[in-house]
Design a protein around this ligand. Structure first.
Ligand code: UT7
Length: 352
């Protein structure tokens, strides 16, 4: 017996990009009341000048839905064109339903396929790879890929090793069929032996008993070293997998974990001087998987994305897991890509 399969699409590509940045700006100085640190140390070691924390009303679902609306507007599509929604998040405070189902309801498309994915700060690249495969396999026409997190809820503000790092936000892209491949093969994997390198202080069941949140705990130096050794190679392989060379790359949007990791990746990859590099960490901190779509949206807002720009992305984090790929970006439609309030990226003389 032979079963029928779905008609394949020759390619998939990103059709629209959207982002949501929470309204509340938190400077390094704001953190110092509870943290034994300094503005100078935080800038020097990470590049971060400020981050944004969501207000109680800016839930993961609210931010995800708003980023999606903006991505759909950029793509020129109605929500009704969406067949599937995948949300990468590590800050789900309900076990069920999936955030993706809540987003589907918020967008007025309750009948779509919807699921969440947990791959730490690599989650956006993982989800984009799923969307690419779903569209090329003919399983879905248009897929909303969303990354959304409220890391501020899970950050111990007195923990010197994490309190200054994290911020909140959401980013989304719409992926749809195309005549040519517009999303390169994903280079992904991990090192599960280091699963405890980024984890939480306690399980939710213990949190219930103790009445305290399970906060993020991270062996920062270990992750830093892993990123320096593993992620450089992963990023190079993502370029090769797309059949490109560093000279073909227009935009580089690595996970915004630390400006110094971005610097190391740049040194290793020898990308041309002309490549536009995301430094969004300076104004948003580390927003986990959202940092890549937030970084891309920011480049649009700054007018730095030409049509069909080749955007190199790499995400890495809890698991430890990583994923990277190159994707071509659509032309920017002024007024449809956010965003919110876009003060310039603060210069950082301490980490130029
Ligand atoms: O998004 C998921 C993936 N995450 C990452 O990729 C994070 C990777 N790791 C990092 O970005 C860095 O490890 C951190 C930014 C988290 C920390 O920077 P570091 O350069 O690795 O700092 P460290 O822990 O090695 O500490 C260096 C020094 C120590 O002082 P001594 O022993 O040299 O005198 C610490 O006590 O800095 C001190 N220190 C601080 N000083 C001021 C540690 N934390 C702080 C602080 N403020 N918050």
């Amino acid at each position: 017996m032979t079963l029928r399969s779905t008609p394949l699409s020759p390619g998939a590509r990103i059709l629209g990009v959207g982002a949501y940045e929470p309204s509340r700006v938190v400077t390094n100085e704001d953190l110092l009341a509870r943290l034994d640190s300094s503005d100078e140390w935080i800038r020097q070691r990470t590049g971060i000048v400020e981050r944004r924390w969501a207000t109680p009303d800016e839930t993961v679902t609210v931010m995800a839905a708003e980023a999606s609306r903006r991505a759909l507007a950029h793509a020129g599509l109605d929500a009704g064109a969406v067949d599937a929604i995948v949300v990468s998040t590590v800050t789900r405070f309900v076990q069920w339903p999936a955030i993706a189902s809540r987003v589907a309801a918020a967008l007025g498309i309750p009948s779509v396929a919807a699921f969440d994915l947990s791959a730490g700060c690599a989650g956006f690249c993982y989800a984009l790879a799923q969307a690419d495969a779903l569209v090329r396999a003919g399983t879905a026409g248009h897929v909303l890929v969303i990354a959304a997190d409220r890391l501020s809820d899970m950050t111990d503000l007195a923990d010197r090793s994490t309190a200054f790092l994290f911020g909140d936000g959401a980013g989304a892209v719409v992926v749809g069929p195309s005549a040519q491949p517009g999303i390169g093969p994903v280079t992904w994997g991990g090192d599960a032996d280091q699963a405890d390198t980024i984890t939480q202080t306690q399980e939710w069941t213990d949190a219930l008993a103790s009445g305290t949140m399970p906060y993020i705990v991270m062996a920062g130096q270990k992750v830093f070293k892993w990123a320096m050794t593993e992620i450089t190679d992963v990023t190079r392989r993502a370029i090769e997998a797309a059949g490109l060379t560093p000279a073909d790359i227009d935009l580089f949007v690595p996970h915004q974990a630390n400006d110094r990791i971005t610097d190391a990746l740049l040194r290793y990859l020898k990308l041309p001087e002309s490549v536009v590099v995301s430094r969004n960490i300076r104004r948003l901190g580390n927003t986990s998987a959202s940092s890549i779509p937030l970084g891309i949206a920011r480049l649009y807002a700054d007018g730095l994305v030409r049509p069909d720009a080749a955007c190199l992305m790499v995400g890495f984090g809890a698991g430890l897991v990583y994923a990277g790929q190159v994707a071509l970006l659509p032309a920017g439609a002024p007024g449809t890509v956010p965003g919110p309030v876009n003060p310039p990226i603060p210069p950082n003389p301490l980490n130029p």
